[in-house]
Ligand binder design. Structure first.
Ligand SMILES: [Zn+2]
Length: 255
């Protein structure tokens, strides 16, 4: 390797849950790699199996650097996931800006998670016919965070913000994304239509217009509607079984 002028040799070490993306034999230990002379750290990190969206901090020879740093012979590269325990903001060099608005586009198979994100008020596009290229294009155009269990999708050039979703079922997936992105503070439960991803709008009882049973109309005081599907919702029908989950994730989360 060292005698080949087209390559340089660098040592990579991945920390914490980034090891999940590596073959078992490479986890938790130094990995010495031959890299093309013009290879960036981003290219090599992804070639080793770790999507760049999962990376929050890269140190090369102890110094923080960005994804585009070119590898040089003898480099020692330490790659870290998001830190939950302490603030490393001053060290971060990997991407220019956090996204201002927290909006998502969810990959196929994440329909359940998409609905739960809408339930908690997060604008989430989902269609199980989206091709990877469409998801990438939507993420770029609308500044959306890509949610997927497909690491290859996260390696696409246009995907700057994404989350590899580890959990299999929708409710644990929602808890995972809430914790990773610290969503509780910006949640607005029961503000979006679960089917349309459109805002729910409060309406007067007189506007319900036959879209709720008479008993409900007599008992309930507050109604909302979706201007997209025209359905009417009231507290107690649409989301009774979801209330516990919302209360757990968003303390005092109420309509
Ligand atoms: Zn709707």
């Amino acid at each position: 390797m060292a005698t080949d002028p087209a390559t340089v040799t660098a040592t990579f070490r991945f920390y914490e849950e980034l090891n999940d993306f590596l073959p078992r034999a490479q986890r938790g230990r130094d990995c010495v790699c031959a890299c093309a002379r013009a290879a960036t750290v981003k290219h090599m990190i992804e070639a080793l199996g770790v999507p760049h969206t999962e990376v929050e901090l890269i140190l090369v020879n102890g110094e923080s650097c960005g994804f585009e740093r070119l590898l040089q012979d003898g480099d020692r590269v330490s790659v870290y996931p998001q830190f939950e325990a302490f603030d490393v903001t001053p060290l971060l060099r990997v991407r220019a800006e956090p996204l201002r608005a927290t909006r998502f586009v969810a990959d196929a198979h994440l329909g359940g998670l998409a609905h739960l994100l809408r339930l908690t008020g997060f604008d989430t596009l989902y269609d199980n016919h989206y091709a990877d290229s469409e998801i990438e294009a939507i993420a770029m155009r609308e500044g959306r965070i890509v949610l997927t269990r497909d690491r290859e999708l996260l390696k696409r050039r246009g995907v700057t913000h994404g989350c590899y979703v580890r959990a299999i079922k929708a409710t644990p997936q929602l808890r995972e994304i809430f914790a990773r992105l610290d969503l509780a503070r910006s949640a607005r439960p029961f503000s979006l239509c679960l089917d349309c991803n459109a805002p729910l709008r409060a309406i007067d009882k007189t506007e319900v217009d036959g879209r709720a049973p008479p008993g409900v109309l007599a008992r309930q005081a507050r109604f909302v509607t979706c201007d997209c599907c025209q359905r009417v919702f009231w507290e107690g029908s649409h989301w009774r079984h979801m209330r516990d989950l919302v209360d757990e994730l968003v303390p005092a989360g109420r309509l």
